[in-house]
Design a protein around this ligand. Structure first.
Ligand SMILES: Cc1ncc(COP(=O)(O)O)c(C=O)c1O
Length: 391
């Protein structure tokens, strides 16, 4: 449950807005930092998940690195205090301009996704008179059993270099004198909840492929497992800090502590999802013939995950819980937004405390892939961010 002290002050803030629980964010970062030390795994936060400057500064001050997917993210990460040598840049479509900018910033690694990309980075680095640090992003062809739109490590996906190209990639690497080989990256998808099994499989596959590349004469210093650790969208308060330890243990099974490799992970969602809620106000409660609708002022432009992936977010009526206490009964509603699209739905058949116009609702677990994916569709304003310690 969100803190009542915050709730009382929510009334003064114009809705919809993102609310970030700074204490939970700090607690999550502290747990992860301690585990990173224990398991000897370096963490690079995937800043596409949530690029709020305030949150990024907390992570960079805590010694985390950054995983970026555009040059704008690279520049933003450096501005927010991340050590450039700990910034990675992945993405299948890096443009010449983005490659040049990233070399100027002095990033730690380009995670290269194709042979043509290797050629381009090599040429640009040569022209600038520098060596470009690169790792090969491997497409391991592993099914993470998550939504197909957030599965990235299958051969049918556009990401990484697939097995049939490994020999050609090695030949190209040898021919590119301006590339400095750093290692291999594996990232198989997002919102993975079968943690031990799926990451165990990733670790096993990575182990086999590292051996394969080494036998071919490639020096592999760094092994990066990407991100993907899932969170509990149904019960945000059950385990607000994600189970990073089970993840690290699964990866370490095939790369024991004390071995010759530097290990890296790139979590995004698991660091920030539970810290954020989208707060919306009920504009109307509308009776349909067979259903009742709660219409709120937050729409798919503010948080697109339900419309994009059919993603579930828990919805709570804060006003009923905090102001009307136990005197209200539970009712069944379709909770919807104001946008002119039938997919602008927060949840069908949701059980909420009896809801009235003006009530505040919290759409939970919205800290990841929320505000960064928001848009001005329907010419709406972008949602603001509000921090728990500012209220
Ligand atoms: C290369 C890479 N690393 C890390 C992440 C972060 O994933 P997650 O938020 O599931 O931890 C992504 C997400 O798309 C990614 O593509």
């Amino acid at each position: 449950m969100l803190d009542i002290h915050n709730f009382e002050r929510f009334a003064e803030v114009e809705t919809p807005f993102y609310f970030y629980d700074v204490d939970l964010f700090r607690r999550t970062a502290d747990v992860l930092s301690a585990l990173s030390e224990t398991y000897g795994i370096e963490v690079h936060y995937a800043i596409k998940t949530n690029s709020e400057e305030r949150l990024l500064r907390m992570l960079s001050a805590g010694g985390f690195g950054a995983d970026c997917v555009s040059a704008n993210e690279v520049v933003h990460a450096a501005k927010c205090g991340f050590d450039p040598s700990r910034i990675m840049f992945a993405g299948v479509g890096k443009t010449d301009k983005e490659i040049r900018t990233s070399l100027e910033v002095g990033i730690g690694c380009f995670n290269v996704e194709s042979i043509p990309e290797m050629e381009v980075i090599d040429a640009i680095a040569g022209g600038m008179g520098v060596k470009a640090p690169v790792a090969l992003r491997i497409n391991p062809n592993i099914d993470p059993h998550t939504h197909k739109y957030i599965t990235t490590g299958l051969e049918e996906n556009k990401f990484g270099i697939s097995r049939f190209e490994f020999e050609a990639a090695l030949d190209k690497l040898k021919a590119c004198s301006n590339l400095e080989m750093k290692g291999l990256l594996f990232h198989i998808g997002s919102q993975i909840t079968d943690v031990s099994n799926v990451f165990g499989l990733e670790g096993k596959c990575a182990r086999e492929l590292v051996t394969w590349f080494e036998e071919k004469g490639l020096k592999v210093e760094n092994v990066d497992f990407g991100g993907g650790l899932g969170v509990d969208y149904e019960d945000p308060d059950g385990q607000p800090v994600a189970d990073f330890e089970t993840w690290m243990k699964a990866l370490r099974e095939y790369f024991p502590i004390g071995g010759p490799y530097k290990l890296h992970i790139e979590p995004g969602r698991a660091i920030v999802a539970q810290c954020g809620s989208l707060i919306a106000r009920v504009v109307y409660v509308k009776k349909g013939r067979t259903k009742n609708f709660v219409i709120v002022d937050a729409g798919m432009n503010d948080l697109i995950r339900p419309a994009l992936y059919g993603a579930y977010h828990k919805v709570e009526n804060l006003t009923a819980a905090y102001c009307r206490g136990d005197n209200t009964k539970d009712c069944v509603y379709d909770v919807v937004g104001p946008i002119c699209e039938s997919s602008d739905v927060w949840g069908e058949g949701r059980i909420l405390r009896q809801t009235r116009r003006g009530d505040l609702l919290a759409i939970r677990t919205a800290g990841a892939y929320g505000r960064t994916m928001s848009s001005q569709y329907n010419m709406r304003d972008l949602p603001k961010a509000v921090y728990s310690d500012e209220l």
